[in-house]
Design a protein around this ligand. Sequence first.
Ligand SMILES: [Zn+2]
Length: 106
Amino acid sequence: MKYKLYNLEITVIGDKNTFNCSHEVGDTLVIEGENLSFKAGTVLFSHYALATLMPYIAAKQRADDVRDWMSYETDIACPDPQCGARFRFEKTGKQEYKYAPSELHD
Ligand SMILES: [Zn+2]
């Protein structure tokens, strides 16, 4: 069984002067399938922010109906109410995957 998922980049945006956390503008997570990595130049990423973003990652990998708000809303706020950082989701491509549980055990 084959299916497709979007690759994503999630980038810190906003005015650094309004950040209450250690975010740096431009820090970026790269999502490809089940894997998460840092884009070159990104050293740290708040696990509190990541916990907030996690539910959106799987949903945004799949959302492709243009009328579905999950497709067109791009920015998620930092969970710290005193922090002005936002995390911008961008679809960077689409990749095909194969789900074949019976083949996993061969
Ligand atoms: Zn923050």
